[in-house]
Design a protein around this ligand. Structure first.
Ligand code: NAD
Ligand code: GDU
Length: 337
């Protein structure tokens, strides 16, 4: 099978590439413009086994069309996007152009070139503000409160419409909750992640907490402690990147026999920002400073998945549903960069 991974030099895409290289005999091609991804990640992955890497921007419509027509992929896993909520509030068109317009072109080229399976990275941000303390099901209303979430929801709709029109073109849409942790690679008994999260600037909570613990930052800002949650800080569902990546491998098999569908990817478990800070302190036994600052624009109080659909429908079994392991792997990775 020939698989194209867009955004495979990025955080999540690289973990899926790693698993495909290690667990399958698929011919893997990564397409990435390296805007937020890293060439060093590609170099690391090349040590596992050979694959093709093409540095290209999805906005190059003619080149994308020609490339897909020539290569005739069986499946596409589409990660390439911008994904910082606050940036999308300041520069919405940047998000609609990259996440929605470029995705629409990719879908069209995929269908024209005979791709049969398309796996799409969507987000819990499509749900918007939900009632607190209720785990979110895929059937809940979608009301994004930021352009990032809307850019992904629009892509979901476009993908669904395209597939209705071309029934041989099937999709899985995954709505990720908060992806975290790093490669669970062990050298003897030591956890030594080879790849992990490396954004510049970094905006995600867990890497920022471990950077602070390592003294790379002076203190950690907690964005608001006046939310309607037990300790006042926001609650999220943190899923280990290895488990999340593995669901994509399952999705390729799933689409052999099953129809297109949408699935949440989370653990159905929420932790507050303050609980994450304490978990990192407990795991790595280093104290550091935190300060409460104003809420961040676009943040919602509570985002926790109901993952019963993916668990009951796919052969997906999470292996790292453990906050300690998430924090430990993020910390071990952060020490290497
Ligand atoms: N990280 C999370 O917690 C999270 C949560 C929900 C959804 N997602 C989604 O998952 C996907 C991957 O997220 P990530 O955290 O790995 O992000 P990332 O920024 O690390 O990876 C995105 C990759 O896509 C590439 N890219 C972006 N625009 C491109 C373009 N026009 N052409 C070619 N390559 C392009 C970047 O260079 C990068 O390598 C994104 O679609 C994101 O919206 C992430
Ligand atoms: O320095 C920080 C960074 C984050 N936070 C808080 O930590 C929580 C998690 O924030 P992240 O930036 O790590 O993640 P988000 O929940 O904002 O967003 C992530 O998960 C979303 C879905 O839940 C989207 O998919 C999005 O793409 C992805 O970045 C939020 O309450 C945020 O306010 C802080 O308090 N301090």
């Amino acid at each position: 099978m020939k698989i194209l991974i867009t955004g495979g030099a990025g955080y999540i895409g690289s973990h899926v590439v790693k698993q495909l290289l290690e667990l399958s005999s698929c011919e893997v091609t990564v397409l990435d413009n390296l805007s937020t991804g890293n060439k060093a990640t590609i170099n690391t992955l090349e040590k596992i086994r050979d694959f093709n890497f093409l540095q290209l921007d999805l906005k190059e419509f003619d080149k994308i069309n020609q490339f897909l027509t020539e290569e005739k992929f069986d499946a596409i896993i589409h990660f390439a996007a911008y994904s910082i909520v606050s940036e999308s509030m300041q520069n919405p068109l940047k998000y609609y152009l990259n996440n929605t317009v470029n995705t629409t072109n990719l879908i069209e080229c995929a269908i024209k070139s005979g791709v049969k399976k398309f796996i799409f990275s969507s987000t819990a941000a499509v749900y918007g503000d939900v009632q607190e303390n209720v785990n979110i099901k895929e059937t809940f209303a979608t009301n994004p409160i930021n352009p990032y979430g809307m850019s992904k929801l629009m892509s979901e709709k476009i993908l669904q419409d395209a597939s209705k029109n071309f029934p041989d073109f099937k999709y899985v849409i995954f709505r990720y909750f908060n992806v975290s942790g790093a490669d669970m690679y062990f050298d003897k008994d030591n956890l030594c992640p080879r790849i992990g999260e490396n954004h510049n600037p970094e905006t995600h909570l867990i890497p920022l907490v471990v950077k602070t613990a390592l003294g790379k930052r002076d203190l950690l800002n907690i964005y608001g402690d006046d939310f309607k949650t037990p300790d006042g800080s926001c609650i999220r569902d943190y899923i280990h990147v290895e488990d999340l990546a593995n669901a994509h491998i399952e999705a390729i098999n799933y689409l052999e026999e099953n129809k297109s569908d949408i699935f949440n990817l989370g653990y159905s478990k929420g932790y507050s920002v303050k609980q994450i800070v304490n978990a990192v302190k407990d795991v790595i036994k280093i104290d550091f400073k935190t300060t409460i600052v104003d809420r961040r624009a676009g943040d919602t109080a509570f985002l926790v998945a109901d993952n019963s659909k993916v668990v009951s429908t796919m052969k997906w079994k999470p292996k790292f549903d453990n906050l300690e392991l998430i924090c430990k792997s993020a910390y071990e990775w952060e020490k290497t960069i």
